[in-house]
Design a protein around this ligand. Structure first.
Ligand code: BG6
Length: 497
């Protein structure tokens, strides 16, 4: 990120859902770190809307406690005081339309006091059932009308629960904001290595010239979590792994991995190429759904030596829940570059390992000179490590110095950074920074969301029609046996390198 280019921008950021988890865990730490790195506009203030009654000071003290827990940089008094003085708490219930007048007065006061003559950001960090109500409140109070200056709407996922509801929501938003001013958050796009996918591909001849069905055997995308649903059982019940992770994060990663080079680096050029990938995902026939999609739900088990409950025993989850906490899919992208090369994707909760990775396996060499016994040949692998470690791993073959004849696979780690050491910016820092600068490249355009629902809806419908024997994997394992069979059938295996 450049340090100074946004100094002249000034804005008020309104966060709806100020007392919520997202604000405390992600948004406030991101704002603190932007202050720390001197990346916020010089004239800037935050109005936080919450239902509970509190004073500015009470709210600021709560933020301070959250920062101590969740910020990647240590909290020092100077930076904290700088942020503290920018935060104002506005109490009202989102459904109470008179509250928006109160907010309007607060924004006007902040704009005057902080000499803000530019933009307004409306960040909806709330449960999706409030999206339309809040946008209606913004509309009827005219908060979005900001003279000659801009107003942007930031909306968290889930963006609808299927294509129909997503379209309905989108139409409501478009009554108030233009598409260019709607920032649909997919926080995976703010992660360091996700932004690095395009650079790795389009800045390296060695990768891009091999990046197709001619040289790539298959690609895996795994987003695996050890944690369960915790206190989010209510939300997760209406979502499941398909809506929570696949329709958004995985589809976005897939589109970056498989896209054609855009004509330039402008937002729409990139989004257009990503869209084409989503549209090219091969249609799932009933047979393909049966053979290529695996659903799972965790039962009791042991994670890191600690016994944990099954999904159906979690808070706010019915005892006979049919919600999937795991999904694995084999899919094809039906275009010239990728026809014939499968993509395997998987995501799940309460798995035995916590990691997000993209694995690219290259095709084998003929077994003529060195690999006379097939099992000796280790594949060339490129692994893009998204988290917890951040970097690139590459595996290639060399001659063993000691035994003279054996071929050994050499494993090379590059630029590995440990997220826990706090040395890479959090996704939300990048995303908030981009919202304030008006760069929408790392946000999803409506037609991408539309195409990804089209893909996800079929799989979700199939799941809803079928009766699965849940739970079908123990917490602490790597998912249902069928997920392993999905690859074994093709002579392949999941990697966790
Ligand atoms: C969120 C999902 O979008 O992503 C959560 O709703 C999931 O269920 C989370 O745990 C994973 O994000 P991260 O950044 O922790 O990998």
């Amino acid at each position: 990120m450049a340090m100074h280019e946004n100094k002249s921008l000034s804005s008020v950021m309104v966060i709806f859902g100020g007392t919520g988890d997202l604000t405390h865990r992600k948004l406030m730490p991101a704002l603190y770190n932007l202050v720390y790195d001197n990346l916020l506009p010089q004239n800037f203030a935050v109005a936080v809307v919450g239902r509970r009654s509190k004073t500015n000071d009470q709210y600021r003290d709560e933020v301070f406690e959250s920062l101590k827990k969740f910020s990647r940089n240590k909290i020092d008094e100077g930076h904290w005081n700088k942020l503290r003085n920018l935060i104002y708490y506005v109490q009202f219930d989102f459904t109470d339309m008179s509250g928006y007048e109160k907010l309007k007065a607060q924004i006007a006061q902040l704009e005057q006091e902080y000499n803000i003559q530019s933009g307004r950001v409306f960040y909806l960090a709330v449960a999706p059932e409030y999206f339309e109500t809040i946008v209606h409140g913004i509309h009827s109070s005219g908060l979005h009308r900001n003279g000659n200056y801009w107003s942007r709407l930031v909306i968290e996922k889930p963006f609808g629960k299927d294509l129909i509801t997503a379209k309905k929501l989108n139409n409501k938003l478009l009554e108030v904001f233009e598409e260019k001013d709607i920032y649909r958050i997919d926080h995976y796009l703010g992660k360091e290595m996700i932004q690095n996918i395009m650079v790795l591909r389009f800045c390296n001849t060695v990768f891009e010239s091999l990046w197709s069905n001619k040289y790539i055997d298959h690609i895996q995308i795994s987003l695996c979590e050890k944690s369960g649903v915790g206190t989010r059982g209510g939300y997760y019940e209406s979502s499941g792994a398909m809506r929570d992770m696949v329709q958004n994060h995985i589809v976005q990663i897939l589109s970056l991995v498989a896209m054609e080079p855009p004509i330039d680096l402008k937002t729409d050029a990139i989004r257009t190429e990503k869209l084409k990938v989503i549209q090219a995902i091969d249609c799932f026939t009933p047979e393909l759904l049966r053979d290529n999609v695996v659903f799972g739900q965790y039962g009791r088990g042991v994670v890191d030596g600690v016994p944990v409950p099954g999904y159906r025993e979690e808070e706010n989850v019915p005892k006979d829940s049919k919600t999937e906490t795991f999904v694995a899919i084999k899919l094809h992208i039906n275009n010239f570059r990728w026809a014939g090369t499968p993509f395997y994707i998987r995501t799940g909760k309460r798995l035995g390992a916590d990691f997000s990775e993209i694995v690219v396996q290259f095709k084998p060499m003929p077994d003529i000179l060195y690999f006379k016994e097939k099992y000796l040949q280790e594949p060339n692998l490129l692994v893009i490590r998204i988290q917890p470690n951040v970097g690139v791993f590459f595996q290639f073959n060399t001659r063993n110095f000691n035994t003279h004849n054996d071929i050994v696979s050499t494993k090379m780690e590059a630029g590995q950074i440990n997220r826990e050491a706090g040395n890479t910016p959090e996704a939300y820092e990048r995303l908030i920074y981009d919202i304030l600068r008006g760069d929408a490249t790392l946000f999803s355009r409506w037609d991408e969301v539309e195409a990804s629902w089209y893909f996800a809806d079929r799989i979700i419908e199939y799941k809803d029609q079928k009766k699965f024997n849940f739970p079908n994997y123990d917490a602490g394992t790597m998912g249902p046996v069928k997920a392993f069979e999905l690859l074994a059938r093709d002579g392949r295996q999941w990697f966790n390198i």
